[in-house]
Ligand binder design. Structure first.
Ligand SMILES: *Cc1c(COP(=O)(O)O)cnc(C)c1O
Length: 352
């Protein structure tokens, strides 16, 4: 096989390629620092903190993120959660009823949901028993209409990082775009693939403020890619997709780097402790390695244990219907108190 030369014009949908982005009032005049009178957007002029449209390009947020991740602002697109980012990627690259994508189950369910919504065929290439990609099988499924390959690393629900050598190989030989979903990267030891953007022009990395950053409620997803790809996504994003309250709250939070790091450290310590105590529960059959803030556990009877936990007021995720995940439960690492409650409850229900 020859290494690919990625040509975005071959991969983007034809109608998108020729689109001009909608130019909003706030795009046309951007110098907010000057003392201007804004009579251009039909807003209510009475100040209340949110009476103005938000910055459609979220410049302040992108400046901080670009600094932290050592990329240019031009390599960043923000979405209403990763879910919006992923949807924009579908709509930019996949022609409904014609193109297809590849996912690697067991994995995050939204790729399939978005494929169905957008009427894109989803080809599933199951991970191997170590939850690593089966490279040969992946490339056997690629055809000229295969536009996106989704890799979730660390993977949800298994929790492990995907082998960087496999990802490197896929990036070099896959002709479409490779999306690496790094929702859990802040809990892992490996470096982010954001550092490889200049090496691979077909790479898209998605991250989120919903997990380690503790802002699931504000909905902010981040997409890092080449300027070429970001330009295409910018053409189709709704102009004001990130509201003012989200931009403000996200900005306040992402500069609290020390606090976030401390919270991550605590969660990782708790993960270790939880793992150790789980191994003492007799109905726990297998504890999978985790590079994320959750642990996938195989039990004797997942439905039964799930119901028992619910009856004691603890909600976990039953992943048993996913391939390779028969009789598994996924435990998010909680606070020290919550984890203790979980363990005590597991001990209690293991007695009956
Ligand atoms: C939780 C999660 C996300 C986060 O999605 P948001 O829309 O940003 O909250 C993305 N990908 C995976 C694999 C996740 O588990």
């Amino acid at each position: 096989m020859n290494k690919i030369k990625f040509d975005i014009k071959q991969v983007v949908r034809k109608n998108v390629l020729h689109l001009k982005p909608y130019s909003s009032a706030r795009d046309e005049f951007t110098d907010f620092n000057r003392d201007m009178i804004f009579l251009d957007a039909n807003e209510n002029p009475n100040e209340n903190g949110v009476n103005r449209y938000p910055d459609p390009q979220q410049r302040n947020l992108k400046t901080v993120l670009a600094n932290q991740k050592k990329v240019s602002e031009k390599n960043i697109l923000l979405g209403n959660g990763s879910d919006e980012v992923l949807d924009l990627i579908f709509r930019a690259f996949c022609e409904p009823a014609v193109d297809n994508i590849i996912t690697l189950p067991p994995t995050y369910g939204m790729y399939k949901v978005l494929a169905n919504i957008n009427n894109i065929e989803e080809q599933e290439v199951q991970l191997n028993n170590n939850f690593q990609p089966d490279i040969e099988s992946i490339f056997a499924h690629v055809n000229e209409n295969t536009k996106i390959l989704f890799i979730c690393s660390p993977n949800n629900p298994s929790g492990n990082l995907v082998d960087p050598q496999s990802i490197g190989y896929i990036l070099e030989y896959f002709t479409g775009v490779v999306v690496i979903d790094e929702a859990y990267i802040d809990f892992a030891d490996d470096k982010s693939w954001v550092n490889s953007l200049s090496k691979y022009t077909n790479l898209i990395v998605t991250q989120t403020l919903s997990k380690a950053y503790g802002l699931a409620g504000v909905r902010l997803g981040i997409c890092y890619a080449s300027e070429e790809i970001i330009d295409v996504l910018n053409k189709i994003k709704p102009p004001y997709n990130i509201n003012e309250l989200t931009q403000k709250r996200a900005l306040e939070r992402i500069v609290e780097e020390d606090i976030i790091k401390k919270e991550i450290d605590t969660i990782l310590k708790e993960r270790t402790r939880l793992k150790e105590t789980l191994s003492t529960i007799h109905f726990v059959k297998e504890i999978f390695h985790s590079d994320a803030n959750f642990i996938l556990v195989r039990v004797d009877d997942a439905n039964k244990r799930y119901d028992q936990l619910i009856s004691k007021g603890i909600v976990v995720r039953n992943r048993s219907t996913q391939p390779l995940c028969e009789n598994t439960l996924r435990f998010t690492v909680g606070t020290k108190e919550e984890n203790e409650k979980l363990i005590n409850t597991l001990v209690l229900i293991s007695k009956n």
